[in-house]
Design a protein around this ligand. Structure first.
Ligand SMILES: [Zn+2]
Length: 272
């Protein structure tokens, strides 16, 4: 891996080896090819994240899939958590690009930064750049391990502001303390949705077996779909746009709204 990391660092630095170490024609061609690969990789991880954000926020999955989770799982074989990590890596990289001298080269380098509140990510990344060991061209060798160590040091120096750091909704907004309880349920609801899906799948096997003659698969699956819709409708997706998560009538004093309610709340409300 270090073979790919040093050219990135040199690239991002804008630094060139001095003229006494000039490259031969063949070497600079090689470098060009390597850099092309890196550029592609660099673009890819951020393009993937940006694409996922667009698909999620515009609900472009909706024609074929019930939810963004289902889309990620069935279309790409990713858990929601995996998709969230890719999205997180992209937003972190965007933030860093606007504030720091060196850009992250891959998702792995940005991953440790997810543990840092957003407003401090660029600062911690810059610390990682400054403290990274140098390669033979004098450019920092930024590895995922080094970033993780920098994050750890930073966390030790800087106790999180309110106990366990910022919590974010699906729109990357900070969840205020009042709405945190609602978002703690997401994991349980996701688990319940997983159970419903597993039950629906298991029922297929029963229906296809000898005993299946007495089993109304159609009705069973309709019930499961209904259960899934109900769970989706209660799953906290974003902080309530009406009260910014401070709890109000519109969000039934939870501070959180499910995805469908969010779409409704965003479109102009009919005159009361
Ligand atoms: Zn509200």
């Amino acid at each position: 891996m270090s073979a790919t990391e040093s050219p990135v660092a040199a690239l991002a630095d804008g630094g060139r080896p001095n003229s006494t170490t000039a490259l031969s024609l063949a070497e600079s061609k090689q470098l060009g090819n390597h850099e092309l690969c890196i550029e592609r990789g660099l673009k890819t991880f951020r393009e993937v994240g940006a694409a996922l954000i667009a698909i999620r926020d515009q609900r472009l999955y909706r024609a074929e899939f019930k939810s963004f989770e289902a889309y990620c799982q069935e279309r790409w074989g990713w858990t929601r958590r995996r998709a969230d990590m890719l999205i997180e890596a992209t937003t972190t990289a965007d933030m860093i690009e606007n504030n720091c001298s060196h850009r992250p080269a891959n998702e792995a380098q940005t991953r440790p930064l997810a543990a840092v509140p957003k407003k401090s990510r660029a600062e911690v990344w810059e610390q990682a750049v400054q403290t990274a060991p140098l390669d033979k061209h004098g450019a920092p060798k930024i590895t995922a391990k080094h970033v993780a160590e920098t994050v750890q040091t930073w966390q030790e120096d800087e106790p999180p502001p309110d106990g366990d750091g910022d919590m974010f909704d699906h729109l990357e907004q900070v969840v205020p303390t009042e709405a945190r309880d609602a978002f703690l349920d997401v994991e349980h609801i996701d688990h319940a949705i997983g159970c419903v899906k597993a039950a629906a799948n298991a029922a297929k096997h029963v229906a296809n077996s000898k005993a299946g003659g007495f089993f109304d698969l159609k009705q069973f699956r309709a019930l499961m779909r209904q259960a899934q819709r109900l769970l989706d409708a209660t799953r906290p997706f974003a902080i309530c746009p009406a009260c910014q998560g401070r709890r109000c009538e519109a969000c039934r004093q939870t501070g959180a709204v499910p995805q469908e309610a969010l779409a409704a709340a965003k479109s102009p409300a009919p005159a009361a």
